[in-house]
Structure formats: C-alpha cells, structure tokens
Write a protein that binds this ligand. Structure first.
Ligand code: GAL
Length: 718
C-alpha cells in the first residue's frame, strides 16, 4: 500500500502532538488552605520541592505573637486563585482589583509600586533596573487591600504583576481602535498577577490583614520575627581603607575623639586578612601583629570591631585541607566556594571563625559578594557536593552565611549586627543589613522604603561625595536608617572630610546616638510584633487602604491620600510609628511632604507643621526634615554611652493629644531577653487640672532590666 506524502506528514504530526500533550499534561488543582496561625494560611500545589526558604532558615514562626494580632479572615476569594502544574512547571494566578496596589517582590531601587511590572526574581547585585535581579529577590508581595502572598520557592521565579490579559478575564480591558481612540494603550488593563515557578509544585502562603502593615507583620513573624540588634549596633559605624594597619586604625579612632564624633563600630576591610580575594580568614601579622590586644584597646574605648569577609576561600587558608570535600566544582576569583548547605562546612568554617575571631572579641562581620554579578560568580552549571542545584544555592547563599554567623554568636549568648549583600525570604531574624556598590542617593531611599515590605533591612551607606552638600545630605539619611555607616574602604573619607559641613555632620551623628532608645524600641517591635523599624508611607494605617471615613476627614482640596493614591511615595518614610523622615537630595532647597491624617510637628522646633495635608518645606542645609505625630513621645539618650549600661534619658513629647508609649529595654547585648529578661515601660503624657502636660513612666518590673539613670522631660510644643 502506498501513502501520499501529505498523509504521512499528517500521521507524524498527530504522533508528535499526542506525545507533547501527554508529556505536558496539565493538572489543575484545587487548593486546600490550611490555617497555620491566626491570619496565616498555607497550601501546596503539586509536589513542592523539599528545600524551601523556611526549611533552609530553620527559624520557627512566632505563632503566639501572630495569634495575638487582630483576627483575620481569608482575604482573597478562594476560587479566584488558580493553580496548575503543566510542562513540569507551576502556573499560579491571583486576582487583582481595579485600584489595588502591589508592593514588595524584592529589594527594588526605582519603583515602590509593582503593578504593571514583569520580574524574574534572581539573586544579583542590583544593576540599575527593577527587573527582579537584586540583593533580596524575595517572592512576597503585599497588597494595598491588606493581605500578602508568599511563594516559598528558592527557584528563579517569573512574575507578571498585572500585565497579562486572559481571554477568560473577569474584567477584560475595553477593545479600542488605535486608529481613532486616544485611550488606546499598549498595556491594556490586567486583572491578575501570574507566576511561573519552574518546578512541579510549590508551597504558597497567604497572610491576612486587616491592614497592609498587619500582613507584613504576619509575614515577618512567620519567619521568626525581625532581628533585635545589640544596642551598640545602632550607634555610628566607620569602615577604614582596605590596607590600613593597626596603627593607622588607632589614629583614625583618635580622629573621632579629636573631632568629637561618636563612634561605636569600626569596620576593617579586606586588608585585615593575610590574603583576600580569595580569603584566608586569618589576620595579616604584618599589619596586625596583636589583633587581640587591638580589639581590647578598641573595646575599652567603647568601640566594637567588625570584619569584612567574602565567601571565597584561599587555597592557603589553614582549614582548606579539611574543607576540600565540601567545596563546589568551580572557583570564584580563584577561591573555593564552600557548600554552606552542609553541616561539615558550617562546622569547619564556624570553628575557625569562633576560635580565631569571635573568641578574641570580634563583634561581627560584613559578608560581601555573596550576591554575585554573573561575570564573576559561579555559573548555574556549578555542582555542589550536597547536590543542591546551583540555582538554589545562588538564591540562598547569603542567607546560609547569615544563619551560620547568627548561630555562632548565639552559641556565645552574644548578639551581633552586621552587613550582607544577599538575603532572601526566611531571614528576617538574622541580624544583617544589606548594602551595595550602586550609590544613587535617591534610589537608596527608595530601597529603604521597599525593604520594609519584604522583611529585610537596608542601609544607604555613605562612601564619598562630589560636594559638601551631597556629603551632608547622605549623612543625614544614613543616620535615619538601620545602620548609620561611613564606608571609607576605597578613598579614606572621614566624617569631617568636608570642613564646611563638619558641624552639621557631627550634629546628625550625635542625634543618631540620642535616638538609640527610640530606635531600639522600634527594633523590639520588629522582633516581638513583626513591625518593620523603617516603614514605607504605604504601611501607615489608612494611607493605602482608603475608607470613606478617612477621605472625609481630610481637606478635599489638598487631600494627601488622593495624591498619595496616584503617586508613588518613594522619597519619604517612617521610622517607627512616630517619626516621618523626608530627606533632601543635592541641589534641592525645598520639597513637598505628604503628612498623613492628623497633626504633625517639626522635630527640631516642636511647632505645628501641618495637618492631613501636603506641605512644602525649605529646611536649609543643617537639618533633614523630620516630623512627629501628634502625641508623639520620643525617648532620647542624653549621653553617647547607651550601649554600655545605664544612661540618662530625656523624654520628648510633641503635640496636643494625651498619649502613651511603650519603651523597651533589656541588657542590650545577650539573648537573655528571649527568656523574659526585658521590660516594656509605659510612658504617659496627660494634662493636669491646669491644662499643663505632665509625664509619667512606669517602673521596670521587679528583677527586670532598668538602664535608665536621670530622667528629664521636654515638652517641645509650646
Ligand atoms: C566591595 C564592597 C565594598 C568594599 C570592597 C572591598 O565589594 O561592596 O563595600 O568592602 O568590596 O574590596
């Protein structure tokens, strides 16, 4: 029998098509949401991988704290979440409302609102574009409607945030004729978030509100709560040039005394090591003949020592012969890549660090270059002895280094605070702050804002400046961030490098020191209640989620919420509940500030700045604009020695409303607070019979920490 070529083609086509349709069989699944805690639900799609962010971090959720939060109901219409496993990948779809805003999805530097963006979440050094490649590519988003979604996969995930338009859309965009219709858009309206996870299943979490801040807090608490740094970590940090020796270091420290600048942490860069890039993790005996003595001398002056490391180990490192079985197939800068997913690796490196560095008094580390530019990092074909794929290693490497470091200090009942260039979900409780080499002041502030949506911390470190003005403006913002740090590794700048602004820089550094009791309490709220210490305006209650009553309360002409809802707020933020920070950038003499509902007062003068409105400020060079909420209580240290035990406290009060505030305290350096060794002291401000403000503070409970010495009150608003 003879078949025509056309018939044969048809048979082959059918066979191939059938083969593919079998191979790519689709499994549409219905989800079973399991309640994990009040307002936290988990569901599994297909066969999730055993390795995920939470299994790697291993930190248990703070379930009791979550259960103490307001009751939350499942925040999304369940049958509007669609999941499907197809072609070996997991397809996810979540609904979006017309006016819903989406925040989070990694540490972005240029945008706060993610609706309309397409991201591939991928660990990387930020390269100037918000495309998902960043230091903290965290697959968590939070909605202005007050809920959050976490995709617990350590793979590179693709996310289309309100860009895909489906044939079966519930709210399809209007079909418009481009020839004639001016409203035609190349990006028509989309009513969903779609996600592609390159594995045959995934674990999903939904976090309830009711507010956006509640959803973020639940996410943070679920991964173990935020970190609580030691008090000294919140002081002023200075990093010295790479090749400084012990003598130069001590001279630098003298400079701080001479210029009357505060200093609590000194950071040593790669040159403390005998070899670095790749690293030996051992002192250079020429530059540092007596490291133990040096660290003690510094400590006696109240200065803590932080050391730079990167992950890539020199063939000459003393522990290299035992580490050899636990390194990857490739090298980075000719250094071996330890497999941090393995216990042996953690034991070998951990023992070395403890014996040689922690035990002689090193207070913490800056863990550099674990984020990776593709051109120098290991490629994704690299093999690790644990058999964990390089993709997963890349997404979680920084986090694994943080975990080891945290545990080493925990074993000594000593808190640490340090820096890292890579993190991911699950790491909120690890006491590390992200930094990078990107150096755009404006974008640094946007990153500070974005860090608050995703359970991580960021510092807009100061390095250098082309002008005194830029120097001062950067110093002002870094002093209102998780780490107030000058990183002079490259060019040896000092806080007083620009004499024309020396006084103003010293003022803001001293202000930072004074603010430690307030800031420490903000961090305690992060650790105990999951509330981030630095916060986006969109996390202020009522800011994103606008109720009718909210809108009615504000001036309809100048309604800050109406404007805020149209515009991305990426240049002002909150530090805790009471302080609003509105930085200025080089060249700016004035700026607009959106004041949320209520009265707001100038931090420096105590005068009324405005009420539920947008104001314009022209602050001059000396100050960064800071505003205090009506009834804002700000506990401030009078002396710069807060990290070392008792300190005198000045309690500032702003506004007209009677108010109360809970001040946190503990020993500031150990983990004893986890066993109950802490105090929350209630500060109250009320009017007496003559209408004059009077303040009170409750005693610390018997046997609980009480570090407050002399107490004074400052009623700033006259
Ligand atoms: C960079 C890092 C800088 C500095 C430098 C030292 O990767 O971002 O802060 O530490 O390495 O070589």
């Amino acid at each position: 029998m003879k078949y025509s070529p056309r018939f044969l083609f048809y048979i082959v086509f059918i066979t191939i098509a059938t083969f593919f349709s079998m191979d790519a069989k689709s499994q549409k699944a219905s989800l079973h949401w399991k309640k994990m805690a009040n307002g936290v639900w988990k569901a599994e799609v297909g066969k999730p991988e055993l390795i995920n962010f939470l299994t790697i971090s291993g930190v248990p959720p703070k379930t009791a704290a979550i259960n103490n939060m307001p009751l939350a109901t499942f925040p999304i219409t369940e049958n509007e979440i669609k999941v499907e496993v197809y072609d070996g990948k997991t397809y996810l779809r979540f609904p979006l409302d017309k006016n819903e805003k989406i925040f989070g999805l990694g540490l972005n530097f240029k945008t706060v609102e993610q609706r309309g963006r397409i991201l591939k979440l991928h660990e990387d050094h930020y390269g100037g574009i918000d495309n998902g490649r960043t230091h903290a590519p965290i697959p968590f988003y939070v909605s202005s409607k007050g809920y959050g979604v976490f995709i617990n996969s350590t793979r590179y995930i693709d996310i289309w945030v309100g860009t895909g338009v489906r044939v079966d859309s519930k709210n399809p965009p209007d079909v418009r004729d481009r020839n004639t219709d001016k409203k035609w858009s190349a990006s028509p309206y989309s009513d969903n978030i779609e996600v592609l996870v390159p594995t045959e299943g995934v674990e999903l979490f939904v976090f309830g509100g009711p507010t956006t801040l509640d959803a973020v807090s639940r996410f943070n608490l679920y991964q173990g709560g935020g970190c609580l740094p030691p008090k000294w970590g919140l002081g002023f940090w200075h990093r010295t040039p790479t090749l400084f020796n012990a003598e130069q270091l001590l001279n630098e420290v003298e400079g701080f005394t001479k210029h009357q600048f505060p200093l609590t942490v000194i950071g040593l860069e790669p040159g403390w090591q005998s070899k670095s890039y790749p690293c030996t993790y051992d002192w250079d005996s020429g530059r540092f003949p007596d490291p133990k003595g040096l660290i003690k001398t510094l400590k006696d002056k109240g200065i803590y020592t932080n050391l730079w490391i990167n992950p890539y180990i020199s063939p000459e490192a003393k522990f290299m012969n035992v580490l050899k079985p636990f390194i990857a197939s490739h090298t980075v800068w000719s250094g071996y890549i330890p497999d941090y997913s393995m216990k042996q690796t953690n034991d070998i490196i951990g023992n070395h660090l403890t014996k040689n560095l922690l035990d002689i008094g090193v207070s913490g580390f800056k863990m550099d270059e674990n984020d990776g530019f593709d051109f120098w990092l290991w490629p994704d074909v690299t093999k690790f002895p644990s058999k964990i794929p390089a993709e997963i290693m890349r997404q979680t490497y920084g986090m694994m280094m943080q975990k080891l470091n945290t545990n080493l200090y925990r074993a000594k009942n000593q808190r640490t605070y340090g820096l890292v260039r890579a993190t991911n979900a699950g790491a909120s409780s690890f006491p590390f702050v992200i930094y990078n080499d990107y150096y755009s002041h404006r974008d640094f502030i946007t990153a500070l804002i974005n860090s608050s949506f995703i359970g991580t911390l960021w510092t807009p470190e100061v390095r250098s400046s082309g002008s005194a003005e830029d120097w001062l403006r950067r110093m002002q913002t870094v002093c209102f961030s998780p780490i107030a740090m000058l990183n002079a590794w490259a060019d040896g700048t000092k806080p007083w490098t620009f004499p024309e602004v020396e006084k103003e820089v010293a003022d803001v550094a001293n202000l930072r020191m004074q603010l430690i009791p307030y800031l420490y309490t903000c961090f305690a709220e992060y650790a105990f209640y999951g509330r981030p210490p630095i916060r986006a305006m969109n996390l202020v209650d009522g800011f994103s989620v606008m109720s009718k009553e909210t809108i009615a309360k504000v001036d309809s002409e100048k309604n800050p919420y109406a404007i805020a809802s149209k515009k991305e707020i990426k240049d002002q933020y909150m530090m805790g509940d009471n302080l609003l920070i509105a930085p200025l950038f080089t060249g700016d003499t004035s700026r607009k500030v959106i004041l949320p509902i209520g009265k707001w007062y100038d931090f420096y003068t105590g005068e009324l700045a405005g009420e539920s409105e947008i104001i314009s400020v022209t602050p001059g060079l000396a100050h960064i604009p800071v505003f205090v909420r009506d009834g804002g209580i700000i506990p401030m240290a009078v002396t710069n020695t807060i990290a070392e035990g008792k300190f005198d406290l000045a309690i500032r009060y702003y506004g007209q409303k009677e108010a109360s505030y809970n001040l946190y305290d503990d020993d500031g350096k150990t983990f004893d607070y986890e066993k109950g060794d802490f105090s929350w002291r209630t500060i109250k401000v009320k009017r007496d019979q003559k209408g004059k403000f009077q303040g009170t503070i409750s005693e610390a409970d018997k046997g609980k920490p009480n570090n407050i010495g002399k107490l004074t009150w400052e009623f700033k608003t006259k």
